[in-house]
Design a protein around this ligand. Structure first.
Ligand SMILES: [Zn+2]
Length: 343
Protein backbone atom coordinates (compact mmCIF):
# COMPACT_ATOMS: atom_id res chain seq x y z
CA UNK A 1 0.00 0.00 0.00
CA UNK A 2 1.42 3.37 -0.98
CA UNK A 3 1.74 6.19 1.50
CA UNK A 4 -1.02 8.05 -0.33
CA UNK A 5 -3.35 5.06 -0.07
CA UNK A 6 -2.52 4.78 3.62
CA UNK A 7 -3.64 8.36 4.10
CA UNK A 8 -6.95 7.98 2.32
CA UNK A 9 -7.83 4.60 3.76
CA UNK A 10 -7.90 6.21 7.19
CA UNK A 11 -10.72 5.39 9.57
CA UNK A 12 -13.26 8.08 8.78
CA UNK A 13 -16.47 7.51 10.79
CA UNK A 14 -19.45 6.41 8.66
CA UNK A 15 -21.50 9.14 10.29
CA UNK A 16 -19.10 11.68 8.81
CA UNK A 17 -19.11 10.19 5.32
CA UNK A 18 -22.92 10.04 5.16
CA UNK A 19 -23.67 13.38 6.71
CA UNK A 20 -22.80 15.80 3.94
CA UNK A 21 -26.00 17.86 4.21
CA UNK A 22 -25.85 17.93 7.99
CA UNK A 23 -22.27 18.96 7.78
CA UNK A 24 -22.94 21.86 5.39
CA UNK A 25 -25.74 23.14 7.65
CA UNK A 26 -23.41 22.88 10.61
CA UNK A 27 -20.71 24.83 8.81
CA UNK A 28 -23.17 27.65 7.95
CA UNK A 29 -24.17 27.85 11.62
CA UNK A 30 -20.52 27.78 12.63
CA UNK A 31 -19.76 30.67 10.26
CA UNK A 32 -22.50 32.79 11.85
CA UNK A 33 -21.26 31.97 15.33
CA UNK A 34 -17.71 32.73 14.27
CA UNK A 35 -18.68 36.28 13.25
CA UNK A 36 -20.39 36.86 16.60
CA UNK A 37 -17.58 35.40 18.68
CA UNK A 38 -14.82 37.19 16.84
CA UNK A 39 -16.34 40.53 17.80
CA UNK A 40 -14.74 42.02 20.90
CA UNK A 41 -15.20 41.33 23.84
CA UNK A 42 -15.81 37.70 22.89
CA UNK A 43 -12.31 36.98 21.55
CA UNK A 44 -11.21 34.90 24.54
CA UNK A 45 -14.30 32.75 24.17
CA UNK A 46 -13.63 32.43 20.44
CA UNK A 47 -10.12 31.18 21.13
CA UNK A 48 -11.51 28.47 23.38
CA UNK A 49 -14.09 27.69 20.76
CA UNK A 50 -11.38 26.92 18.20
CA UNK A 51 -10.02 23.96 20.15
CA UNK A 52 -11.56 20.70 18.99
CA UNK A 53 -13.13 18.06 21.24
CA UNK A 54 -13.46 14.95 19.12
CA UNK A 55 -10.48 13.88 17.12
CA UNK A 56 -10.22 12.04 13.82
CA UNK A 57 -7.37 9.55 13.75
CA UNK A 58 -5.45 9.41 10.46
CA UNK A 59 -2.54 7.05 9.92
CA UNK A 60 -0.44 9.82 8.43
CA UNK A 61 2.87 10.92 9.81
CA UNK A 62 2.10 14.59 9.40
CA UNK A 63 -1.40 14.82 10.87
CA UNK A 64 -1.59 17.45 8.26
CA UNK A 65 -1.36 21.04 8.65
CA UNK A 66 -3.72 23.49 7.12
CA UNK A 67 -6.41 24.96 9.31
CA UNK A 68 -7.82 27.66 7.10
CA UNK A 69 -6.60 30.05 4.48
CA UNK A 70 -6.39 33.80 4.98
CA UNK A 71 -9.62 34.19 3.02
CA UNK A 72 -11.38 32.08 5.65
CA UNK A 73 -11.96 28.88 3.67
CA UNK A 74 -11.59 25.74 5.74
CA UNK A 75 -9.18 23.15 4.36
CA UNK A 76 -10.76 19.70 3.86
CA UNK A 77 -8.86 18.11 6.72
CA UNK A 78 -10.21 20.61 9.22
CA UNK A 79 -13.82 20.29 8.08
CA UNK A 80 -14.10 17.06 10.06
CA UNK A 81 -12.99 18.64 13.32
CA UNK A 82 -15.65 19.66 15.83
CA UNK A 83 -14.94 23.25 16.79
CA UNK A 84 -15.84 23.02 20.46
CA UNK A 85 -13.77 23.48 23.65
CA UNK A 86 -11.17 20.81 24.35
CA UNK A 87 -7.52 20.62 25.42
CA UNK A 88 -5.49 23.19 27.28
CA UNK A 89 -2.04 22.36 25.87
CA UNK A 90 -2.53 23.24 22.22
CA UNK A 91 0.05 24.44 19.69
CA UNK A 92 1.37 26.61 18.14
CA UNK A 93 1.94 29.45 20.61
CA UNK A 94 3.49 32.88 20.70
CA UNK A 95 6.77 32.59 22.67
CA UNK A 96 7.15 35.65 24.83
CA UNK A 97 10.87 36.15 25.41
CA UNK A 98 10.42 37.83 28.81
CA UNK A 99 7.95 35.18 30.03
CA UNK A 100 10.18 32.23 29.20
CA UNK A 101 12.14 30.86 32.15
CA UNK A 102 15.78 29.85 31.91
CA UNK A 103 16.22 26.27 33.14
CA UNK A 104 19.91 25.54 33.84
CA UNK A 105 18.99 21.84 34.13
CA UNK A 106 18.18 21.60 30.43
CA UNK A 107 20.89 19.62 28.67
CA UNK A 108 22.12 20.24 25.13
CA UNK A 109 20.12 18.44 22.48
CA UNK A 110 22.03 15.64 20.73
CA UNK A 111 21.09 15.06 17.11
CA UNK A 112 22.30 12.00 15.23
CA UNK A 113 20.78 11.41 11.79
CA UNK A 114 21.77 8.67 9.33
CA UNK A 115 21.34 10.13 5.80
CA UNK A 116 20.66 6.66 4.34
CA UNK A 117 17.39 6.41 6.31
CA UNK A 118 15.85 9.08 4.07
CA UNK A 119 13.10 7.51 1.94
CA UNK A 120 11.05 9.89 -0.20
CA UNK A 121 9.29 13.22 -0.59
CA UNK A 122 5.55 13.36 -1.01
CA UNK A 123 2.81 15.92 -1.38
CA UNK A 124 -0.06 14.86 0.85
CA UNK A 125 -2.27 17.80 -0.09
CA UNK A 126 -1.27 20.04 2.85
CA UNK A 127 2.52 20.16 2.82
CA UNK A 128 5.40 18.17 1.44
CA UNK A 129 6.89 15.54 3.71
CA UNK A 130 10.33 14.00 3.69
CA UNK A 131 9.90 10.62 5.38
CA UNK A 132 12.51 8.38 7.01
CA UNK A 133 12.96 4.71 7.71
CA UNK A 134 12.25 4.34 11.44
CA UNK A 135 12.30 0.61 12.26
CA UNK A 136 15.56 1.01 14.24
CA UNK A 137 17.40 3.68 16.21
CA UNK A 138 19.37 4.99 13.24
CA UNK A 139 18.23 8.63 13.11
CA UNK A 140 17.57 9.81 16.66
CA UNK A 141 17.62 12.79 18.99
CA UNK A 142 18.19 12.67 22.73
CA UNK A 143 19.07 14.94 25.63
CA UNK A 144 17.60 18.41 25.88
CA UNK A 145 14.25 18.15 27.71
CA UNK A 146 13.83 14.49 26.66
CA UNK A 147 14.05 11.48 28.97
CA UNK A 148 14.35 8.97 26.14
CA UNK A 149 15.77 8.92 22.64
CA UNK A 150 13.26 9.70 19.86
CA UNK A 151 13.37 8.41 16.26
CA UNK A 152 13.02 10.70 13.26
CA UNK A 153 9.83 9.94 11.30
CA UNK A 154 9.56 12.87 8.91
CA UNK A 155 10.08 16.57 8.40
CA UNK A 156 7.93 19.14 6.68
CA UNK A 157 7.44 22.90 6.49
CA UNK A 158 4.70 25.48 7.00
CA UNK A 159 4.81 28.70 4.97
CA UNK A 160 2.86 31.76 3.94
CA UNK A 161 1.51 33.14 0.69
CA UNK A 162 3.96 36.03 1.14
CA UNK A 163 7.15 36.54 3.14
CA UNK A 164 5.42 38.52 5.91
CA UNK A 165 3.99 35.42 7.59
CA UNK A 166 4.03 31.63 7.42
CA UNK A 167 5.55 30.24 10.64
CA UNK A 168 3.28 28.48 13.12
CA UNK A 169 5.08 29.65 16.27
CA UNK A 170 5.92 33.31 16.74
CA UNK A 171 8.49 35.00 18.99
CA UNK A 172 7.27 38.15 20.73
CA UNK A 173 4.52 38.19 18.07
CA UNK A 174 7.07 38.16 15.23
CA UNK A 175 6.14 35.85 12.35
CA UNK A 176 8.78 34.21 10.20
CA UNK A 177 8.04 33.39 6.54
CA UNK A 178 8.29 29.63 7.18
CA UNK A 179 8.91 27.01 9.88
CA UNK A 180 10.51 23.58 9.62
CA UNK A 181 9.18 20.72 11.81
CA UNK A 182 11.28 17.61 12.39
CA UNK A 183 8.95 15.01 13.89
CA UNK A 184 10.34 12.25 16.15
CA UNK A 185 8.60 9.53 18.18
CA UNK A 186 9.40 7.78 21.43
CA UNK A 187 10.35 4.22 20.46
CA UNK A 188 11.19 3.34 24.08
CA UNK A 189 7.60 3.77 25.28
CA UNK A 190 5.69 2.99 22.08
CA UNK A 191 5.66 0.35 19.34
CA UNK A 192 4.98 2.65 16.42
CA UNK A 193 4.58 6.26 15.39
CA UNK A 194 0.79 6.09 15.20
CA UNK A 195 0.46 5.01 18.87
CA UNK A 196 3.07 7.52 20.04
CA UNK A 197 1.32 10.40 18.24
CA UNK A 198 -1.73 10.04 20.45
CA UNK A 199 -0.07 9.78 23.88
CA UNK A 200 1.74 12.06 26.31
CA UNK A 201 5.52 12.12 25.73
CA UNK A 202 4.92 10.28 22.47
CA UNK A 203 6.46 12.86 20.14
CA UNK A 204 9.30 15.38 20.11
CA UNK A 205 9.19 18.00 17.38
CA UNK A 206 12.08 20.34 16.62
CA UNK A 207 10.90 23.64 15.18
CA UNK A 208 13.28 25.77 13.13
CA UNK A 209 12.31 29.20 11.82
CA UNK A 210 13.24 30.17 8.26
CA UNK A 211 14.05 33.81 7.67
CA UNK A 212 14.79 35.67 4.48
CA UNK A 213 18.50 36.04 3.79
CA UNK A 214 21.24 34.08 2.07
CA UNK A 215 20.62 31.28 -0.43
CA UNK A 216 20.61 27.93 1.44
CA UNK A 217 22.70 25.48 -0.56
CA UNK A 218 21.57 22.27 1.21
CA UNK A 219 17.89 23.24 1.16
CA UNK A 220 18.21 23.66 -2.61
CA UNK A 221 18.59 19.85 -2.99
CA UNK A 222 15.06 19.59 -1.66
CA UNK A 223 13.76 22.61 -3.58
CA UNK A 224 15.04 21.04 -6.83
CA UNK A 225 12.82 18.01 -6.33
CA UNK A 226 9.61 19.95 -5.61
CA UNK A 227 8.41 20.08 -9.26
CA UNK A 228 8.21 16.25 -9.08
CA UNK A 229 5.66 16.47 -6.25
CA UNK A 230 3.70 19.48 -7.49
CA UNK A 231 0.28 17.85 -7.17
CA UNK A 232 -1.34 16.20 -4.17
CA UNK A 233 -0.52 12.46 -3.81
CA UNK A 234 2.71 12.66 -5.82
CA UNK A 235 5.66 10.84 -4.26
CA UNK A 236 9.26 10.63 -5.37
CA UNK A 237 12.31 8.82 -4.02
CA UNK A 238 14.80 11.15 -2.36
CA UNK A 239 17.99 9.14 -1.80
CA UNK A 240 20.41 10.17 0.91
CA UNK A 241 19.76 13.37 2.85
CA UNK A 242 20.87 14.55 6.28
CA UNK A 243 18.41 17.05 7.77
CA UNK A 244 21.08 18.23 10.23
CA UNK A 245 22.09 20.58 7.40
CA UNK A 246 18.84 22.46 8.02
CA UNK A 247 19.70 23.06 11.69
CA UNK A 248 21.04 26.43 12.89
CA UNK A 249 24.53 26.45 14.43
CA UNK A 250 23.41 27.94 17.76
CA UNK A 251 22.34 25.23 20.24
CA UNK A 252 19.85 27.46 22.14
CA UNK A 253 16.19 26.50 22.24
CA UNK A 254 12.88 26.99 24.00
CA UNK A 255 10.79 24.00 25.09
CA UNK A 256 7.19 23.52 26.18
CA UNK A 257 4.46 20.85 26.24
CA UNK A 258 2.00 21.12 23.39
CA UNK A 259 0.09 19.39 20.66
CA UNK A 260 0.12 18.43 17.03
CA UNK A 261 -0.88 21.45 14.98
CA UNK A 262 -3.07 19.34 12.71
CA UNK A 263 -5.90 16.92 13.47
CA UNK A 264 -6.08 14.93 15.70
CA UNK A 265 -4.33 17.77 17.61
CA UNK A 266 -3.20 15.31 20.30
CA UNK A 267 -1.35 16.83 23.25
CA UNK A 268 1.53 14.43 22.77
CA UNK A 269 4.32 16.77 21.72
CA UNK A 270 7.42 18.02 23.52
CA UNK A 271 8.21 21.06 21.41
CA UNK A 272 11.84 22.14 20.99
CA UNK A 273 11.92 25.49 19.20
CA UNK A 274 15.34 26.61 18.06
CA UNK A 275 16.10 30.23 18.93
CA UNK A 276 18.25 30.96 15.87
CA UNK A 277 16.53 30.86 12.48
CA UNK A 278 18.17 29.54 9.32
CA UNK A 279 18.41 31.74 6.25
CA UNK A 280 16.86 31.00 2.88
CA UNK A 281 16.41 33.30 -0.08
CA UNK A 282 13.17 34.57 -1.56
CA UNK A 283 13.37 32.37 -4.67
CA UNK A 284 13.64 29.23 -2.55
CA UNK A 285 10.49 30.15 -0.64
CA UNK A 286 8.77 30.96 -3.93
CA UNK A 287 9.45 27.39 -5.02
CA UNK A 288 7.52 26.12 -1.96
CA UNK A 289 4.59 28.23 -3.19
CA UNK A 290 4.54 26.55 -6.60
CA UNK A 291 3.24 23.35 -4.99
CA UNK A 292 -0.49 22.65 -5.09
CA UNK A 293 -3.04 21.51 -2.51
CA UNK A 294 -4.90 19.89 -5.39
CA UNK A 295 -4.56 16.68 -7.41
CA UNK A 296 -3.85 16.52 -11.12
CA UNK A 297 -6.98 17.42 -13.08
CA UNK A 298 -8.55 19.46 -10.25
CA UNK A 299 -8.83 23.25 -10.30
CA UNK A 300 -5.41 24.39 -9.14
CA UNK A 301 -5.09 25.73 -5.60
CA UNK A 302 -1.68 26.94 -4.46
CA UNK A 303 -0.16 25.35 -1.38
CA UNK A 304 0.31 28.42 0.83
CA UNK A 305 -0.67 29.51 4.36
CA UNK A 306 -0.56 25.94 5.64
CA UNK A 307 -0.27 26.89 9.31
CA UNK A 308 -2.58 26.72 12.31
CA UNK A 309 -3.52 29.93 14.16
CA UNK A 310 -1.88 30.67 17.51
CA UNK A 311 -3.32 28.95 20.58
CA UNK A 312 -3.38 30.34 24.15
CA UNK A 313 -0.47 29.42 26.46
CA UNK A 314 -2.85 29.07 29.44
CA UNK A 315 -1.19 27.42 32.45
CA UNK A 316 2.08 26.44 30.77
CA UNK A 317 5.67 27.57 31.14
CA UNK A 318 8.06 27.97 28.24
CA UNK A 319 11.58 27.08 29.38
CA UNK A 320 14.75 28.30 27.69
CA UNK A 321 18.04 26.40 27.50
CA UNK A 322 19.93 29.70 27.60
CA UNK A 323 20.20 32.47 30.19
CA UNK A 324 18.69 35.79 29.28
CA UNK A 325 17.68 39.06 30.85
CA UNK A 326 14.40 37.82 32.17
CA UNK A 327 14.18 35.31 34.99
CA UNK A 328 10.65 34.65 36.24
CA UNK A 329 9.46 37.94 34.76
CA UNK A 330 12.03 40.03 36.62
CA UNK A 331 14.50 41.91 34.46
CA UNK A 332 18.09 41.16 35.47
CA UNK A 333 21.20 43.23 34.81
CA UNK A 334 22.21 43.19 31.12
CA UNK A 335 25.01 40.78 30.25
CA UNK A 336 27.32 40.71 27.28
CA UNK A 337 26.24 37.31 25.94
CA UNK A 338 24.96 37.34 22.37
CA UNK A 339 22.23 34.92 23.44
CA UNK A 340 20.36 37.92 24.89
CA UNK A 341 19.62 39.27 21.43
CA UNK A 342 16.27 38.07 20.12
CA UNK A 343 16.46 36.29 16.75
ZN1 LIG B 1 4.12 20.94 11.26
Amino acid sequence: MSVGERLYSSKVPASYLGADQDFKLKMVMMSCLRVILQASPCKALWRRFQIPRSMLARPCSLYTCTYKTRNGALQPLWESVDLVPGGDRQSPINIRWRDSVYDPGLKPLTISYDPTTCLHVWNNGYSFLVEFEDSADKSVIKGGPLEHSYRLKQFHFHWGAVDAWGSEHTVDSKCYPAELHLVHWNAVKFENFEDAALEENGLAVIGVFLKLGKYHKELQKLVDILPSVKHKDMLVEFGSFNPSCLMPTCPDYWTYSGSLTTPPLSESVTWIIKKQPIEVDHDQLEQFRTLLFTSEGEKEKRMVDNFRPLQPLLNRTVRSSFPHDYVLNIQAKPKSSTSQVPP
